[in-house]
Design a protein around this ligand. Structure first.
Ligand SMILES: C[S@@+](CC[C@H](N)C(=O)[O-])C[C@H]1O[C@@H](n2cnc3c(N)ncnc32)[C@H](O)[C@@H]1O
Length: 238
């Protein structure tokens, strides 16, 4: 793998329980994003429904946020990327309904929306396979802050990834970034200033955007007294 694409986070945590492991073996292959050997991913072939638009969540953690959005917006197609496999298994349980009703079931429950495709790895491996302007929303929520200066190049919002996020957003699309680390919020502002091609849409950074669904990390942070900082960026026209 290209050293630029080295992933520094965790791939696995504690042992995944038997029912979630079964979801990983049986449900994941059904909804895992497959990369074409050539050409771009055909978004209109990914789902059994006609999707109105596509949204991308990068680093979905336990997947609660994306699973909730997928239920709220059944006509939107979602791609979620997360290399931490315990998080992927948690998303599958949310999609399947088994986080609330543990049972030995591996298919999507009858009637459940099937509008999520999962990339259980580094999102940067998918970028070359995605067409320009394919997403209406991209979420980068509570990215790992990598607070030490010597790890700054590991921060996801950087000059390697911003051009790709810019390319992938539709002309009317929005990039959502949230953090509760003041230093990371400053970093985002600096990176955006250097990149120049995004404008900030929201004026009040501590007011959650409309219809906001908090992530698990966000909820834990609020309970611990941390203040979320929200950025909504749109593309400046070229
Ligand atoms: C601090 S966690 C936040 C998780 C979730 N967004 C939340 O708010 O609960 C950051 C997540 O980003 C994931 N991540 C980091 N780099 C990534 C990458 N290049 N592609 C996809 N996910 C990534 C990590 O594995 C981790 O689960």
């Amino acid at each position: 793998m290209d050293t630029m694409l080295r992933f520094f986070g965790r791939r696995k945590g504690k042992t995944i329980g038997a029912s979630r492991e079964r979801l990983m073996q049986e449900l994941l292959p059904k909804i895992q994003l497959k990369l074409p050997s050539k050409g771009k991913i055909k978004m209109n072939k990914l789902f059994p429904i006609d999707t109105k638009e596509m949204w991308l969540e990068i680093g979905f953690g336990g997947g609660e946020h994306m699973a909730e959005l997928a239920k709220m917006y059944p006509n939107v197609g979602f791609i979620g990327a997360e290399p931490f496999l315990n998080g992927v298994s948690s998303l599958l349980a949310h999609l399947n309904g088994s986080h609330r009703f543990p049972k030995d079931e591996t298919g999507l429950e009858a009637g459940r929306v099937d509008n999520v495709r999962v990339w259980p790895d580094d999102v940067r491996l998918v970028f070359p396979h995605l067409s320009d302007g394919c997403f209406e929303r991209i979420f980068v929520l509570y990215p790992d802050p990598w607070p030490k200066a010597r790890h700054a190049e590991r921060r996801f919002i950087n000059q390697n990834n911003l051009p790709e996020l810019y390319r992938l957003l539709s002309p009317t699309g929005c990039l959502y970034v949230a953090t509760d680390v003041v230093g990371y919020a400053e970093w985002v502002k600096e990176q955006m200033k250097i990149f120049k091609k995004f404008s900030l849409k929201n004026k009040d950074l501590i007011q959650a955007p409309q219809d906001w669904v908090p992530t698990r990390y966000e909820q834990k942070g609020i309970q611990a007294g941390r203040q979320p900082i929200y950025f909504v960026f749109f593309k400046k026209s070229a």
